[in-house]
Design a protein around this ligand. Structure first.
Ligand SMILES: [Fe+2]
Length: 342
């Protein structure tokens, strides 16, 4: 088996390939590592045929949708996954054929309703069902401690104790364990009584993961993260530096329009000299009045430079082909001691 392990701040992804046929599956890819997965597959000569998410992740952004598009490979998830982009949905005990390898899916709900463990050869990818020295939490959407108990004690822990355990998370730098070691040493698995295990899981009182809402929103729908949306917009517009804009504004050329897209009270409290005001919320509806000549050079600004980037991208899409955004915002403009008009 060709095997690659990629760690991203505690998230673990795995690339599993058949050495004879060079077919491969990628398990739990994370969005910041897309180029790394592709490079590893290329280095090993692997063709990624399946992109598998062991469950709907609530704590990080899955790269499944982007990779699926790039590699023309289906996203594999459990039958009950809410993700509309999951193209291949598995039931309990379904096999995926990866060249000469066989990957068996076990439905192990508990951490989430759609959690799966994946058995390939001598190892099991446990997702967040079983971690090294821990288990996945059961207090996030669709989590259920009773189901986790049944999935662990009724199913996963009954497999061969020599199976190597590769979880979806480890924050202490450990790469793997075995089922036998976990049964013997994992503190959570020492609660073998059903009621006691469930009480322990209910009493954990864990803090919510950062980005919970955004991770669930994007992983369940395939939609963009806010950062992705900003990066997309930034790729569609040029920027202009503050000092350069200050020089141009002072020279008052006829073909430059500076557009302030903040709220009206912020504009009234001080703006770039000569700027015209059009709040971001009104942009599409009032743009024809605010910028009568589509051939004008337009520089958009806001407080910090993010809303203006989105607004400039919108203007470009609307046909204002010389729209750009200020590199920075009114806050940085004031701090730099540049001219402010009230
Ligand atoms: Fe998870």
């Amino acid at each position: 088996m060709i095997f690659e392990h990629v760690t991203t701040g505690g998230c673990q992804s795995y690339l599993v390939g058949c050495p004879d046929t060079l077919s491969a599956a990628l398990i739990d890819p994370e969005v910041s590592q897309i180029d790394r997965y592709k490079a590893l597959a290329a280095r090993d000569g692997l063709h990624i045929r399946y992109i598998i998410d062991t469950h709907t992740h609530a704590d990080h952004f899955s790269a499944a949708k982007q990779l699926s598009r790039m590699l023309d490979a289906p996203i594999v998830m459990h039958q009950s996954s809410p993700a509309p982009h999951a193209g291949l949905r598995l039931d309990d005990d379904d096999l995926l054929i990866i060249g000469k390898l066989r990957l068996r899916a076990l439905h192990t709900p508990g951490h989430t309703r759609d959690s799966m463990c994946l058995v390939v050869g001598d190892r099991v990818f446990t997702g967040d069902t079983l971690l090294i020295g821990g288990t996945g939490r059961t207090d996030l959407p669709s989590g259920d401690p009773e189901q986790l108990y049944d999935s662990l004690f009724g199913k996963l822990l009954k497999l061969d104790p020599d199976l190597l355990v590769y979880p979806a998370h480890d924050y202490k730098g450990r790469t793997h364990s075995t089922l036998g070691t976990e049964i013997a040493e994992n503190p959570r698995l020492q609660k073998r009584d059903r009621a006691e295990f469930i009480r322990m899981m209910r009493d954990l009182n864990l803090a919510a993961p950062t980005h919970l809402t955004e991770a669930l929103r994007t992983n369940m729908s395939g939609g963009l993260t806010v950062d992705q949306m900003l990066a997309e917009a930034a790729g569609e517009v040029p920027f202009i530096g503050m000092e350069e804009l200050d020089r141009r504004v002072t020279a008052r050329p006829n073909d430059l329009l500076v557009l302030d897209v903040r709220e009206a009270d912020a504009f009234a409290a001080g703006h770039i000299p000569g700027a015209r005001h059009l709040a971001r919320g009104q942009l599409e509806l009032r743009v024809n009045d605010a910028i009568p000549d589509p051939t004008m050079r337009v520089v958009v600004y806001c407080d910090y430079g993010k809303v203006s980037t989105l607004a400039a991208a919108t203007l470009r899409r609307l046909g204002f082909m010389r729209a750009s955004a200020l590199d920075g915002g009114m806050k940085a403009w004031r701090e730099a001691g540049l001219h402010v008009e009230v």
